[in-house]
Design a protein around this ligand. Structure first.
Ligand SMILES: *Cc1c(COP(=O)(O)O)cnc(C)c1O
Length: 222
């Protein structure tokens, strides 16, 4: 397994290049997706000054959180079952997978303070992917007005499984456009300034299309 510091050098240079190609001039934050690695390896991530960590199971997140120092910023990136909300909602800093009213209702009930949420969109329409369709995103966000514990910081998506770069790019640029539409609504609970998109194989494209959070697993920690 390569050292994280070495992986990071390559990733950072790709990020810098992609930012130059982006017309948005945005800041980009790396979320190290540690769902498949040990606490030991996760500690190596923190030692390299990457403090944003992504997990997709309550058990994995809670176990790592207990063993690691409190500098980490925790992102829950997986689909979250309603019955598991109470286990994690007060342990995380960001939720990337808000995709239904029943989940919002449970968060409202269980959260002790407002939670920074990304609405997950399935822009490509791939059946295997979670998330709201393009058309559903804005009505869903508008329906959250009465929820005091939910703050919509941005939109999240996963690109389809394809080698075709133009298809991936279109998904990311569609999400960017949708995010701008939400910003224009000027909803106090939905500033929606962030875009969580791009993984190991497509983060450069995502940054070129406006990503502000990229979720990197294998290329960084694998
Ligand atoms: C696993 C996962 C990632 C990271 O994927 P890599 O291809 O390993 O970089 C990013 N986002 C989500 C939602 C994931 O489940």
């Amino acid at each position: 397994m390569a050292k994280i510091s070495e992986n990071l050098i390559n990733i950072q240079s790709d990020i810098d290049q992609a930012k130059e190609n982006s017309k948005y001039g945005q800041d980009v934050t790396i979320i190290a997706v540690t769902k498949q690695v040990s606490t030991e390896r996760t500690k190596e991530v923190l030692d390299n000054n990457i403090f944003h960590l992504g997990e997709n199971r309550p058990e994995g997140l809670l176990a790592k959180k207990e063993e690691l120092n409190d500098k980490a910023i925790w992102h829950y990136i997986g689909s979250l079952q309603t019955r598991k909300v109470k286990q994690v909602i007060n342990e995380i800093d960001y939720l990337h997978s808000l995709d239904r009213m029943s989940l919002a209702t449970e968060i409202e009930k269980r959260a002790e303070k407002p939670v920074k949420c990304f609405v997950q969109a399935n822009v490509s329409g791939e059946e295997s992917k979670h998330g709201l369709s393009r058309e559903e995103v804005i009505p869903f966000i508008q329906s959250l007005a009465e929820f005091s514990k939910i703050q919509i910081v941005g939109l999240m998506t996963m690109a389809p499984n394809t080698e075709d770069e133009s298809v991936i790019r279109k998904v990311f640029s569609d999400l960017k456009q949708l995010q701008q539409e939400v910003v224009e609504l000027q909803l106090p609970y939905a500033p929606c300034t962030e875009l969580s998109m791009g993984m190991s194989n497509d983060y450069a494209i995502a940054i070129e299309e406006g990503a502000t959070f990229i979720r990197i697993g294998t290329a960084l920690v694998g």
